[in-house]
Design a protein around this ligand. Sequence first.
Ligand SMILES: Cc1cc2nc3c(=O)[nH]c(=O)nc-3n(C[C@H](O)[C@H](O)[C@H](O)COP(=O)(O)OP(=O)(O)OC[C@H]3O[C@@H](n4cnc5c(N)ncnc54)[C@H](O)[C@@H]3O)c2cc1C
Length: 306
Amino acid sequence: MKIEEDGRVFPVSNSSQTIIDCFLEEVKKYKIKVLLNHSVQDLNVKNDFWELNTTKGVFSANKLLIATGSNPKIWSLLESLGHEVISPVPSLFTFNIKDQRLKTIPGVVAMDVHVSVVGSQLESEGPLLVTHAGLSAPSILKLSAYGAIELAETNYKFQIQVNFIKQTLLSCLAHLLEVKKELPKKTILKSTQFNLPKRLWGQLVLASEIRADFRWADVNKDKIQALACQLTQAVFAVDGKSTFKEEFVTAGGVELKGVNFKNFESKHYKNLFFAGEVLNIDAVTGGFNFQNAWTSAFIAAQQLSK
Ligand SMILES: Cc1cc2nc3c(=O)[nH]c(=O)nc-3n(C[C@H](O)[C@H](O)[C@H](O)COP(=O)(O)OP(=O)(O)OC[C@H]3O[C@@H](n4cnc5c(N)ncnc54)[C@H](O)[C@@H]3O)c2cc1C
C-alpha cells in the first residue's frame, strides 16, 4: 500500500486488480465455495433458519451475512423484514457552478483552499480544481461526501464560500495594503500574490471591480478590501452536480440504530449480519469505503465462525 499526501491509500500498483487478486488468493487458500450468478430474489426466516431464494435455487443457513453493497432490491427486502433503510443518495460528486470568475479558467488549480457550505457546518480543505462545469478536486469531493444527505435535500442548489489562501480577511487586507505601499507603480493584475495561479488571481482582481490596467496606487482601500474578500470569502452559487470520473459511492442504507456494532448483527433478527456499503456508512474516496467493508466483514465473520 502507499499513502498519498492527502491521506488517501492505494495499492502501489495503482490497480484495483491487485485488491481483487488478494481476495481471490484467500478464497483459493481457504477453499471457499463461491457461487456466481445466484441473484438473491427473496429471503425469509423459518424456524431459526434463513432461506434464500436465488435465480438458481433455494439455500438455507442458520447464519446469514448480507454484503450486497448498494443493491436496491436487497434494501427493499430488508425493509419488508422491518429494517429501516435510509434512502440512498450519491456521495462523491463535483459542483456545477456558472460564474464569470471561473468561466475562462478551466484547468486552474489552487493548491490548498478552505471551502464551506453557507449556512451549514459543512467544511473541508485541500486542492481545488476549476473545471468546465464548475469546481472539483479533493476539497470539493470531501465536501460532497460529508454533506451527501444534506446537499441532496437542497436539490443540489446551495452556496459555498471559498477561502483561496486560508488566511483571515484582516491578515489578507494587511498584506495587500503593504504591497500597495511597496509597489505603487505595478499593475495589480500582473502582481500575483499568495502563490495563487496567475489566471485565478486575475479573475479575482477583475471581480473586485479593479480594472485590468489599474496600478496599486490607483485603487482606494475599499477596492483592496473587495479584493481581500474575493481572496478569503468568495461566494459561489452551486446549481447541480456531476459525477467524478466513474467513481461513485452511495450514502444511505440500513439504518445504523438497527445494528449492534459489537458484532454487526441485526437488532431485529438473531443470526442476521451486515457488512460494507449495505449499511448507512460512507466515506471519502481513498480506501476508507473499502476499510468499512473489510472491518465490518472481519468483525461479523468472527461471530459467524462461532
Ligand atoms: C468505480 C469505483 C471506484 C471506487 N473507488 C474507491 C476507492 O478508491 N476507495 C474506496 O474506499 N472505495 C471506492 N469505491 C467504493 C467501494 O468500491 C465500495 O464502498 C465497496 O466496494 C463496498 O463493498 P461491499 O462489499 O459492501 O459492496 P460491493 O463491492 O458493491 O459488493 C456487493 C456484492 O453483492 C452482490 N449482490 C448485490 N445484490 C445481490 C443479490 N441480490 N444477490 C446476490 N448478490 C448480490 C454484487 O454483485 C456484489 O458482488 C469505489 C466504487 C466505484 C464504483
